[in-house]
Design a protein around this ligand. Structure first.
Ligand SMILES: [Zn+2]
Length: 328
């Protein structure tokens, strides 16, 4: 797997500056999604600087398309569309939407020769960043409770969803819900991994997962997200649990446990995530970033550095990232 990858979410990228920053900070790869790859100068600028592209394929996340076509949005048990701030997620059972995604990915897989491919948002809707790991499992707002998904659940699980007055499923139906969701996400992984393998048979493929362990939130990873790590493992080459320590307010011990669990359960290499800044604009202590970089170096994990926007204009953090291989 590519060892160090820079993350950026900007849609309006300056290709030369992005490539130059990667080179200056010693980050050999950059992770980019279809909406960011509309400027043909970008791939060229990366090539010129020797920076590898990791192609990120957001399967069920498509804010531009879903704003224009909200009929493809997933629905939560509160009967709300699956929208939360920047997050817009489609219904995993929506075949028209899925076919359009596959068509969108096809030319990128054919033309870009990425160093690796990442399957992202391959899960049911949840805004996991705001879910405390020790919170009430019943309070987590998940998808998809659209008519088609509820009908598919009834058909495949052999039981109708007995939703309460608030729309939530009773705990006795959670195991069946988890099994049905996991089958669906595994099926989508098989389909999209198959598309990637057909186009790029020798390119490493990894999948991003929510950083919840087996004991968290009443089987939350399967029940809420539909991510069954053991079932996904044969379909991909590596896993990238989104171990954002500062998002969840957890430390390096939690992160190590999470990564070890995923490696143990899947038998696959894992990538870690390193936050250089908080997601809500607060400044993270420099010492925390230094400790996290040292931790990744010690463990030898490949890492996705999150991200370009926070590092830009912050020479102290840039220097720590650039010096990560040379402690002290
Ligand atoms: Zn649905």
């Amino acid at each position: 797997m590519p060892p160090w990858i820079l993350f950026t979410y900007s849609l309006d990228l300056d290709p030369a500056r992005l490539a130059e920053d990667c080179a200056r900070w010693g980050l050999e790869h950059v992770l980019l999604a279809p909406d960011q790859l509309t400027d043909p100068r970008l791939a060229e600028a990366l090539r010129a600087r020797g920076i590898g592209l990791v192609l990120n394929l957001p399967v069920l996340y498509a804010p531009l398309e879903l704003r224009a076509h909200p009929e493809h949005l997933s629905r939560t048990w509160r009967d709300r569309p699956a929208v939360h701030s920047w997050l817009h997620m489609a219904c995993p059972g929506d075949e028209r939407f899925l076919a359009a995604r596959a068509r969108r990915f096809e030319p990128l897989l054919r033309d870009l020769a990425p160093a690796a491919v990442s399957l992202d948002f391959l899960r049911f809707y949840v805004h996991w960043e705001e879910v405390p790991l020790d919170g009430d499992p019943a309070a987590v707002e998940d998808g998809c409770y659209c008519r088609d998904c509820l009908a598919a659940f009834a058909r495949e699980a052999g039981e109708v969803a007995h939703r309460g007055p608030d729309g939530a499923l009773p705990p006795e139906q959670w195991p069946a819900w988890a099994a049905w969701k996991s089958r669906r996400i595994t099926e989508l992984c098989r389909r999209f991994a198959g598309q990637v393998r057909a186009a790029l048979p020798d390119t490493p493929l990894y999948v991003k997962t929510i950083p919840w362990g087996q004991g968290d939130l009443a089987d939350g990873l399967r029940r809420v997200a539909g991510q069954d790590l053991e079932a996904l493992a044969p379909l991909v080459d590596a896993f990238a649990p989104m171990t954002f320590t500062h998002v969840l307010g957890l430390g390096l011990e939690w992160k190590a446990r999470c990564l070890q669990e995923v490696a143990r359960r899947t038998g696959k290499p894992v990538l870690s995530y390193i936050q250089t800044a908080s997601l809500d604009g607060r400044t993270l202590p420099l010492a925390d970033l230094e400790a996290e970089l040292a931790d990744a170096r010690r463990r030898g994990h490949p890492a996705v550095v999150f991200g370009w926007e926070a590092l830009t204009g912050d020479p102290a953090r840039q220097a720590l990232v650039a010096a990560r291989h040379h402690p002290g």
